[in-house]
Design a protein around this ligand. Sequence first.
Ligand SMILES: *Cc1c(COP(=O)(O)O)cnc(C)c1O
Length: 365
Amino acid sequence: MPRPIQATIHTTALRDNLARKRRAAPDARVWGIVKANAYGHGIERVFEGLLGVDGFALLDLQEAERVRALGWRGPILLLEGVFEQRDLESCSRLSLWHVVHCDEQIDMLASHKTHQPHRVFLKLNSGMNRLGFAPARYRAAWARLDALPQVDEISLMTHFSDADGPRGIAHQLEVFTATTRDLPGERSLGNSAAALRFGADSGVRADWLRPGIAVYGSSPDFPLHDLAHWQLRPAMTLASRIIAVQQLAPGDTVGYGSSFVADAPLRIGVVACGYADGYPRHCGTGTPVLIDGVRTRLVGRVSMDMLTVDLTPVPQAGSGSDVTLWGHGPRAAVLAIDEIALAAGTVGYELMCAVAPRVPFVVGE
Ligand SMILES: *Cc1c(COP(=O)(O)O)cnc(C)c1O
């Protein structure tokens, strides 16, 4: 028998989360964000659940090839655009739309030979200071692109740095609106947090939303709001089983460094999941875990292949019992990846992207 750990991708949850995003902005089209191998879920595994999107957005040409190989003939957008001249040949061949965020990318387009003009998304740096033209230089970049025979339609795009936090999006929205005021073209502004928190009533004209994390079932502004608040469901479950049980007496310790000391008799379960599976070692005693769908806590240190849990709330549990590290457990129990991320001092994004290659994946309901 293989090690009992397994990750499951939930097609229905992807569909439901996508429908939830659509309700937040019914008139907008939606990019399915599948960069980083669909946030660690696997492009091929999420494809069916995401078929309701209007296009797929990603970073790597290989990932674009994979989406085309699945039979997708609609839009695909390269979120960072091209990295070198010959990438444009792939864009022509695969009919990819691409972001243009710097002069070098315009230079490459100007010397690209193609019979099929490209659709581009011109990126404005409205304050995040990662990618994009500064406001003062944006309109000149637009005019340059507009004059190129290699360019078909120009869409306008920016990215918010604080959509999930107290600063919000107003300051960047103001810059975007002022800079693009009378420019023609479709607009693409918000990520998950922007769409959920400011979607319906922000007065933003957003033709193309870019929701990533929410579709995968992680709250973009946890712990301010949780999954239930946004009516989202986990699209990934990481599950395993108990492979051993130990009975501790008061004073006994568990695992490396003896970081946990029992102060009373305690039954603990040893779970086949460790940091080499992608479960964060930063999670300490108290991190929530579901055993047979019942919430309990991790005790002691996470090691490479195992972690240990308190079996007090589940006296009937033993070797072979079902363990949910995050996602959906038995009896409709849900453990949000956001809670594990918080315990590890990170965000759900990082955990889903970091499930280790040795963990087998299945696609389920
Ligand atoms: C990854 C990405 C998104 C999606 O962000 P989420 O926070 O996952 O919704 C949107 N836009 C751009 C440009 C991105 O790179």
